[in-house]
Design a protein around this ligand. Structure first.
Ligand code: ADP
Ligand code: ZN
Length: 728
């Protein structure tokens, strides 16, 4: 790394929306390349990174000086390289990449202090039970100290008990830096004794870590096969090697269980990075990443952009999960970028899933990734038996969705003291509200989408833009009163049916929109896990990794739901989702069963799910994609143009389609422009183009050349989505 003497020209990257680096003079004392700095920009002071030598040619006397060098670890060359490569890959300006990499508040503030509490040494005059608990907590924990709130919570007392002890000198109150390192994870602690295939898998992952080089591994194992236990061994090896580890989870609701498992394995909890973490804690995690102040962090996809000091392992759990694709701002796939980051910093990456994405499956097949399979469930648990319920031969009245066959099965489980899950991947009460007088479907004013009734909220909600309005009494079109009727089921409506059919059963609904906070959702999950419900009704959030030991029956209300539509991944997604949901059944000692209600039991995807022939399914799916030249055997790029004015959006799309020479040159084809499947969102008309290119070509330079030919003017927005996951 280069050092710049005081007064030398340096170029600085800022997170401001400028498409160039800014030139400054190095401050008093000079600065290193990579230093985080505060620089003057107009009347403001903004955060930046010293990117390299500044351009000559300016009058040095007129250059402003860097304000100050911040007291945080400088950006490492591999992080700069990572940001550059992600920016190149996703066609994102560097300023935006830096914003993504500095998403913690107060980085320009000086390190601040806060009060922490620890043992004071003097005996209290009078010992009460509450006081004793506080002292016990402080004695037991080898921590540097607690904040007032933490200590009171841990001891289960009010803060006044702690303050009383401070007065007596039994507890000491001291000022301490806010951004403290995290407690040390003890990698020498013994893990659970592993089953034979687990031990083999763990050994392979350890060997990868010990090699100290880049490598990617698909860890495939049915739900409950003990993947987590195995990759924690890789984490242990990484910690022993003195490097940091990152575990990405697709859903915050999964973290609490994971934290407990880490604590059981390593004696302490890891650092956390996700939207539920407080702002001060975010800053601490960000700073400690750079200082090596934690060994393990568990987080959401953006944790990939933390400034790790020495990252040796990235685990992407449930790697097939669609939430790893960021769908606004910088459009990146955290799974793919995890592999990129690992390759830059000589780390290992483990992609864990029961139902890997076809991309990952194909990379393993091609030998780019190692593949390790865990074939059986851990212990006595066996995989659920799968069966179809052919709705065509069931006696199902109108506006009812649970077939008599499924009802009988649920009753049997409840009588046995077990739990049943009814799965329907639709939030709200009913997906469509129709006027029985004129046939009008109530739509969103700003989007080309039906409003979804949410009876729990007593509102109609647009799932595209989030707009909601009270349920109207009269039809918005013909003004007939009392004629609006729900069509089709959502989980809330299903809950109503369940209450009628099983009046004495305890019912719990799990749908992301029913919970105001992650804490409330977590409480509901714990209630279910503890046996506090007989029937669980859930959307796709139940598919993700939760452990419900009493759950032995899964009923899929509409197995055909995901197969409609023309999405390239419809078959893959349906296969993954239903296999995952079915995997919730029978994780304890009692074998489970999954029942799929379907109108088309002969459909190849439904048959593949029932037979459990996963390899067969992947091979068939791979064959079809290969023949069509689509991912993972070809490349797609989505372009969305949006504007309040449809003609303007269409005109730009047409101009782009005509200017396709740079794309044609690399053998790519341009399709469109065409109105997007959801043709209007938030009042903006949407037009799509789709580019299909051979896998082997570098598509980004051609895209850049192409886009530079047609200027985007006025109120038009254009976004480019490399490797799109959604096509709406
Ligand atoms: P997966 O991540 O593949 O779904 P988990 O790692 O969560 O599987 O394991 C499933 C269950 O089996 C968990 O309750 C876990 O604690 C238990 N388990 C897995 N491996 C072991 C082991 N070697 N010894 C004891 N319990 C284990
Ligand atoms: Zn809307």
């Amino acid at each position: 790394m280069t050092f710049f003497e005081e007064g030398a020209r340096v170029s600085v990257l800022t997170a401001q929306p400028l498409d160039r680096l800014l030139t400054y003079r190095a401050p008093e004392g000079g600065c290193w390349q990579g230093a985080f700095v505060e620089v003057p920009l107009g009347p403001r002071r903004v955060l930046g990174v010293v990117w390299g030598a500044g351009e000559a040619g300016f009058d040095a006397a007129k250059l402003r000086a860097v304000g100050k060098v911040l007291d945080v670890a400088p950006m490492r060359p591999e992080m700069a390289e990572f940001l550059r490569r992600v920016g190149d890959y996703t066609l994102t300006p560097m300023s935006q990449m830096l914003r993504l990499a500095t998403r913690a508040p107060g980085l320009m503030d000086p390190p601040s202090m806060r009060k922490i509490y620890r043992l004071g040494g003097r005996e209290p005059d009078r010992m009460t039970e509450a006081r004793e608990r506080v002292l016990e907590v402080l004695e037991a924990e080898g921590r540097l100290g607690f904040t007032l709130g933490e200590l009171a919570e841990e001891a289960g007392v009010t803060t006044s008990v702690v303050k009383g002890l401070v007065k007596l000198g039994s507890v000491e109150e001291v000022e301490s830096p806010r951004d403290l390192p995290f407690p040390f994870l003890d990698a020498e602690m013994a893990g659970k004794p592993l089953a034979e295939d687990q031990a083999r898998a763990a050994k392979a992952l350890r060997a990868g870590i010990e090699g100290g080089r880049f490598g990617a591994t698909l860890l495939r194992g049915v739900t409950g096969s003990g993947k987590t236990e195995v990759y924690l061994e890789a984490v242990a090896a990484c910690l022993k090697a003195g490097r940091q580890a990152l575990v990405l989870l697709p859903e915050i609701a999964l973290t609490s269980e994971f934290l407990k498992r880490v604590e059981a394995r390593f004696g302490q909890k890891p650092a956390e990075w996700h939207s539920g973490v407080t702002m001060t804690e975010r800053r601490r995690v960000w700073r400690m990443a750079g200082e090596g102040g934690f060994g393990l962090v568990v987080g959401a996809r953006s944790a990939l952009f933390l400034p790790f000091r020495d990252l040796g392992l990235i685990v992407v759990d449930e790697e097939h999960d669609t939430s790893y694709k960021q769908e606004d701002g910088v459009l990146y796939s955290a799974r793919d970028m995890a592999v990129m980051r690992a390759s830059i910093c000589e780390a290992q990456v483990v992609l864990a899933s029961a139902t890997p994405s076809l991309e990952t499956w194909a990379n393993a097949e091609a030998g780019k990734y190692k593949r390790i399979d865990l074939i059986s469930r851990f212990g006595h648990a066996v995989l659920p038996e799968m069966a179809a319920v052919d709705i065509r031969s069931e006696d199902l009245p109108a506006n009812r969705w649970i077939s008599p066959t499924l009802i009988r099965a649920v009753e049997g489980r409840i009588e046995a003291g077990e739990q049943a899950l009814l799965f329907l991947n639709r939030r709200g009460y009913a997906p469509v509200t129709i006027c029985r007088a004129c046939g009008h479907k109530v739509g969103c004013d700003h989007c080309d989408a039906n409003m979804v009734e949410h009876r729990f909220l007593k509102r109609l909600v647009c799932h595209q833009c989030g707009e909601s309005k009270p349920m109207p009494d009269a039809c918005p079109s013909c003004e007939a009163e009392g004629k609006l009727a729900p069509v089709g089921p959502g989980v809330e409506r299903l809950a109503e049916e369940v209450a009628e059919v099983f009046p004495t059963a305890r019912v719990a609904v799990l749908s992301s929109d029913l919970f105001g906070s992650a804490r409330a959702l977590k409480a509901q999950i714990e209630l279910i896990a503890g046996g506090g419900a007989d029937i669980i009704i859930g959307t796709q959030i139940v598919a993700k990794g939760h452990n419900f030991p009493l759950l032995t029956l899964v009923g899929v209300i509409d197995a055909d739901l995901g197969l409609q539509g023309s999405d390239l991944r419809a078959a893959e997604r349906t296969f993954q989702l239903i296999r995952q949901v079915a995997g919730r059944a029978g994780r304890g000692d009692i074998p489970g069963k999954a029942m799929l209600q379907t109108f088309q039991p002969e459909h190849p995807v439904i048959r593949a799910i029932l037979s459990g022939d996963e390899e067969g399914f992947w091979k068939a799916e791979a064959g079809e994609r290969q023949a069509a030249g689509v991912p993972p055997y070809g490349r797609l790029v989505g372009v969305v143009i949006s504007s309040p004015d449809l003609d303007a959006a269409m005109a730009l799309g047409t101009a782009l389609a005509r200017a396709d020479a740079p794309l044609v040159q690399i053998g790519a084809q341009v399709f469109g422009p065409a109105p997007a499947p959801i043709a209007r969102v938030r009042g903006r008309h949407r037009v799509r183009l789709l580019i299909k290119a051979p896998k082997s070509v570098a598509v980004q330079p051609a895209l850049r050349a192409w886009l530079s030919r047609v200027p985007v003017k006025g109120d038009i927005r254009l976004s480019v989505d490399i490797d799109p996951q959604s096509f709406y």
